[in-house]
Design a protein. Structure first.
Length: 113
C-alpha cells in the first residue's frame, strides 16, 4: 500500500494549496519522484483517483516526473549517474557512495481553476 499512502499525502498537499488559493478545483498535480522511490505512476494515479473522490482534487491529473539517481563517490568525490542500481564509482570502482539525487518525493506544481 505504498502508493496509497503517497496518494493520500499528495491529496492533502493539493487540497491545502487549493483552499489557500480559493480554487474551485485542482486540475493538475505535478510531482517529482526519485527513481529510488520506485513509484509506479499508474498505481499512484489509480489510488489518487480513489482517495480524491468528492474532494476539491477529484478528477485531477497526476503527472509524475522521474528523477534519475545520482551519487557521489566517498573515495574520489566523483559524481555520476547510477544506472541499473549499480552503486559503483565508474572512476575508482569504490562501492562506498552517497546518494545525492533520486530519493526525492515532492509536489512540484499544482494547477487550479
Ligand atoms: Zn570513486
Amino acid at each position: 500500500m505504498h502508493e496509497r499512502s503517497i496518494a493520500e499525502s499528495i491529496l492533502r498537499i493539493a487540497i491545502a494549496e487549493g483552499l489557500r488559493n480559493q480554487a474551485r478545483s485542482v486540475k493538475t498535480i505535478r510531482i517529482r519522484a526519485g527513481e529510488l522511490r520506485a513509484i509506479v505512476p499508474e498505481q499512484l494515479s489509480f489510488f489518487f483517483d480513489f482517495v480524491a473522490r468528492d474532494t476539491l482534487a477529484a478528477g485531477a491529473t497526476l503527472e509524475v516526473e522521474k528523477v534519475p539517481i545520482k551519487a557521489r563517490c566517498k573515495t574520489c568525490e566523483h559524481v555520476f549517474m547510477v544506472q541499473n542500481f549499480q552503486f559503483l564509482c565508474p572512476q575508482c570502482k569504490a562501492k562506498d557512495v552517497d546518494t545525492i539525487e533520486g530519493l526525492e518525493l515532492m509536489v512540484n506544481e499544482i494547477e487550479i481553476a
